[in-house]
Ligand binder design. Sequence first.
Ligand code: GAR
Length: 204
Amino acid sequence: MESMPRLVVMASGNGSNAQAVIDACADGRLPARVVALVSDRVDAKALRRADAAGLPSVHVGKRADETRADYDARLADVVSGFDPDWIVLAGWMRILTMSFLGWFPGMVVNLHPALPGELPGTHAIERAFTEAREGTRTRSGVMVHLVPDEGVDDGPVLATAEVPILPTDTLDEFEARVHAVEHQLLVATLHELCRTRVTHGATR
Ligand code: GAR
């Protein structure tokens, strides 16, 4: 247990992907340990999911009088305190600046519900669905990538999966299929990372 890779999961909202990672660690499918769930939102359901699993949950909210860089430095302090091997952005909805990322080179992994180069930012699932209904798209997808810098949903790609948008789909049906693919792809990618690469912790 002690020698298993240590994951800090960061999430801003519902946390269904965080839950997938927590469950996979708990039942042995993912040989890693979630050492903390960190959220920028005090009301994030993801925090409650960690509580329910008996894992440390930490809210780090941005203060009104704080710059983004100062907030990110404070966040980096909290996260590095958990001595992570990997930091997993699972529905983390703030752009991280280098004052966070600079401390964790090659260690930050992001999940995004679109294929590389397509639909960065928020509401990617809804935007893909709208484009499909307008006749300009028949599929979207999911990717997991490293986060080297402040590029939004951009960085070296670790894994992708396409998700078709069926003519009969409602938005809810398409969204449910995207999330199901995300849950599987995120766990599979982390499995591969934990198996093949050892990081050396924060550089602070
Ligand atoms: C997921 O679809 C994730 O890919 C997306 O937020 C959702 C969180 O769902 N992330 C982004 O859009 C990042 N730009 P969850 O809270 O149920 O895991």
